[in-house]
Design a protein around this ligand. Structure first.
Ligand code: AMP
Length: 231
């Protein structure tokens, strides 16, 4: 599958950059493990615990959940056996503090980051994507009313249940999430640029085009060494 059987990638980009969709393509093509902090936090909210309620307050307003809470969820997930062969981190780190925690976590497991894929995306494209996004409440699969429509309108292809709009995908919240992201990730981008890990892609391209760009990059770096479409 991959050159050394282990690869650690970070997907960076504002909400609406297509990180989740791209991660889905990469999981299918390379069988990587996809770790999405947004998905894990939504799961925690569903459980309805006190912590879940606290998390929900941040998420619904588009603000970031405190570093400590998010890092704890990532540490727990990374310690599971299925994370041993490499992961795609989607939505984490989002702050410079989280990047430091990730370095420590990887170092302690003798792992290292191979690349940070940064999907630079315009606000206009991001808002359009998110305001048309529909999600399956059961399996978490993402659709879009025009870009990625389900086979049957409003129904998940896999689970046959009704699709919903995420509370934080309302246009006012989307704009706030976008600007929170921009403010908080400036440092992060500079940090990874300095380390020589940052690789910029245009998040305004379609998911298929973007996947082709990423696939070429991973091959040119020797991180992938067989046919992504096999199996
Ligand atoms: P996402 O699904 O990645 O767009 O994340 C949805 C929401 O979850 C964000 O708007 C934040 O409130 C929260 N969130 C996800 N990842 C993080 C993170 N790494 N740090 C802080 N908050 C996060």
């Amino acid at each position: 599958m991959t050159k050394e059987g282990q690869i650690n990638l970070v997907l960076l980009g504002p909400p609406g950059a297509g990180k989740g969709t791209l991660a889905g393509f990469m999981v299918k093509a390379y069988r990587f493990l996809h770790i999405s902090t947004g998905d894990m936090l939504r799961e925690a909210v569903k459980k309805g615990s006190e912590l879940g309620k606290e998390i929900q307050r941040y998420m619904n307003s588009g603000e970031l959940v405190p570093d400590k809470i998010v890092t704890r969820t990532v540490i727990d997930r990374m310690s599971k056996p299925d994370a041993a062969y490499g992961v795609i981190l989607d939505g984490y780190p989002r702050t410079r503090t989280q990047a430091g925690s990730l370095d420590e976590l990887l170092n302690s497991g003798n792992r290292s980051l191979d690349a940070v894929l940064y999907f630079k995306t315009s606000e206009e494209v991001a808002v359009k994507r998110l305001s048309g996004r529909l999600v399956c409440p059961r399996c978490g699969r993402n659709y879009h009313v025009t870009n990625i429509p389900p086979k049957k309108e409003g129904i998940c292809d896999t689970c046959a249940v009704g699709l919903i709009q995420r509370a934080d995908d309302r246009p006012e919240t989307v704009r706030n999430r976008f600007s929170v992201y921009e403010q908080r990730t400036k440092d992060l981008i500079a940090y990874y640029e300095e380390k020589g890990l940052l690789r910029e892609f245009s998040g305004d391209r379609t998911a298929e085009q973007l996947f082709e760009d990423i696939d070429s990059f991973l091959r040119s770096e020797g991180l992938i060494d067989d046919d992504p479409y096999e199996g």
